[in-house]
Design a protein around this ligand. Structure first.
Ligand SMILES: C=CC1=C(C)c2cc3[nH]c(cc4nc(cc5[nH]c(cc1n2)c(C)c5CCC(=O)O)C(CCC(=O)O)=C4C)c(C)c3C=C
Ligand SMILES: [Fe+2]
Length: 455
């Protein structure tokens, strides 16, 4: 499948797969631990599923009239044709499944995050938008254009139904994750779950309303920035008349790994970030710390999670004038290897007990589960550089994104401890903040937010 304008109208229609299956049948459900080359840094082994299927290859299969009937059929096809090269861009991540994609999906390289506000409170038009968004998002994550007919194959007198900048690009592991802000529930007259209560102010906060809040959010992650931007742009365009953009953020160089298959990348302070993150493979911990159980809160959130976004400006110029020893002491880890102070290797457990060589106010000590009543979070942040500030400094930082069961029991104690005692705070400033409810994944035929809107 390509965005060349020759794709079919609906990527989830049976034409390319067995009835009721998504077009991306080779892969596991969205939210499952990674199974193949899509997104992980580890080279694919021969026995992995061809999860990183490229748009071009999908076109080849359908062009040949292949009747794909799920993963087994695809595996059979792969066996019949030697050596389909894995798509280095990460291929297709399934859109539907028990959890939304883009949470435990191995973190892609690029982000485009957008928060939107409703321009008029009308349930019917919101329902219609969510249905249209779901269709377009599913198409784009499968590597298709946002709408049938697309960029070039429609009435030349009318605006194209796809903006066109992703024509010919592979799916690039695009995921689009949808969230609902407390302010939307207020507008709809739906009670906010306590998890969506406003965050308290934290010491040192410099929050800019222009980078905070929002009725809805869309998190697009992909291994190609053009693919992520294309997805957000086309969804924003679809929302015209019902939603308007409140703020948005581009990110690069993921600062968290979310799978044991991934290497740990570095943040703009030059440190490995994401080492002691929750990972897709930690199913038990994800159940405890990330996924909302059916016994917690409203039914529409069972199997969902909560997203906390913080735009954190990092004063990199000041940091760069700080000695290596001080940088390491503030972080609690070595800069080169990323090992906890006193240990040799990145994944050695930190010694936080009596006689520990880690500073009492080190970032990793203050943020640790031991210091926060066992609370952990799934971090999924990105670096950003938004030009310069006119004072000779880069406007750079970390767009912190984290998923958890309850922001008030997990993020709040952690951030309170950091805001009060973390000396890294002298080098950073929180300039934006938002919390969103992220409903569970979608069954076939369902649309984003359906359980909330239709009850
Ligand atoms: C409230 C939550 C957190 C914020 C905000 C935050 C900001 C932030 N972090 C770094 C750099 C690193 N953080 C690291 C570990 C780490 N950070 C948090 C939470 C927040 N960080 C947690 C829960 C952890 C894991 C702690 C543990 O149990 O070990 C690390 C070390 C590597 C790692 O494990 O990821 C770095 C480096 C920056 C620069 C920053 C704000 C700009
Ligand atoms: Fe951190």
């Amino acid at each position: 499948m390509t965005r060349s304008g020759t794709d079919r109208a609906d990527p989830s229609a049976p034409a390319e797969g067995a009835a009721g299956t998504a077009p991306t049948a080779p892969a596991a459900p969205a939210g499952s631990p990674p199974q193949g080359p899509g997104g992980g840094d580890r080279p694919p082994s021969g026995d992995e599923q061809p999860r990183g299927v490229s748009r071009r290859r999908l076109l080849g299969w359908t062009g040949a009239g292949a009747a794909l009937a799920g993963a087994g059929a695809v595996a059979g096809y792969a066996a019949a044709r030697p050596g389909p090269a894995p798509d280095p861009s990460g291929g297709v991540v399934p859109f539907r499944g028990p959890y939304q994609a883009g949470i435990v999906t191995p973190a892609q390289d690029r982000l485009h995050f957008v928060a939107l506000d409703l321009t008029s409170v009308d349930r019917a038009s919101l329902r219609s938008l969510l249905q249209r968004w779901t269709t377009a998002a599913e198409r784009m994550t499968a590597g298709a254009e946002a709408a049938p007919g697309g960029a070039v194959n429609r009435n030349p007198e009318a605006p194209p139904s796809d903006t066109g900048e992703a024509l010919g690009l592979p799916a690039s592991a695009l995921t689009i994750t949808f969230g609902i802000g407390g302010s939307l529930l207020d507008k709809l007259g739906v009670p906010r779950p306590p998890e969506l209560a406003e965050l308290p102010p934290f010491q040192g906060d410099q929050l800019d309303p222009a980078f905070s809040g929002g009725d809805l959010c869309l998190q697009a992650c992909a291994n190609d920035p053009q693919v992520a931007v294309h997805a957000v742009r086309n969804l924003v365009r679809t929302g015209f008349g019902t939603t308007s953009v409140r703020w948005s953020q581009l990110g690069f160089g993921r600062t968290s790994s979310t799978s044991t298959t991934q290497q740990t990348h570095r943040n703009l302070f030059g440190f490995k970030d994401g080492t002691n993150n929750l990972k897709a493979e930690d199913a038990g911990l994800l159940d405890q710390q990330v996924w909302v159980p059916p016994t917690q809160g409203p039914a529409w959130m069972a199997g969902g999670t909560y997203l906390v976004a913080r735009r954190i400006r990092m004063h990199v110029e000041t940091w760069d004038r700080t000695s290596l020893a001080e940088q390491e002491s503030l972080t609690g880890r070595t800069k080169g290897e990323g090992a906890p102070i006193g240990q040799a290797q990145e994944f050695d457990p930190p010694n936080l007990g009596p006689g520990s060589p880690i500073d009492r106010d080190a970032h990793i000590r203050l943020a640790s589960a031991q210091n926060n009543g066992g609370a952990r979070i799934l971090r999924r942040g990105y670096n950003f550089v938004d030009g310069s500030d006119g004072l000779g400094h880069l406007n750079a930082g970390l767009f912190f994104v984290a998923f958890m069961r309850d922001p008030h029991r997990q993020f709040v104690p952690m951030q309170s401890a950091l805001a009060r005692r973390d000396k890294m705070m002298e080098y950073i400033e929180h300039t934006g903040s938002a919390v969103f409810a992220v409903p569970p994944g979608l069954a076939d035929g369902a649309y984003w937010g359906q359980r909330l809107i239709d009850g």
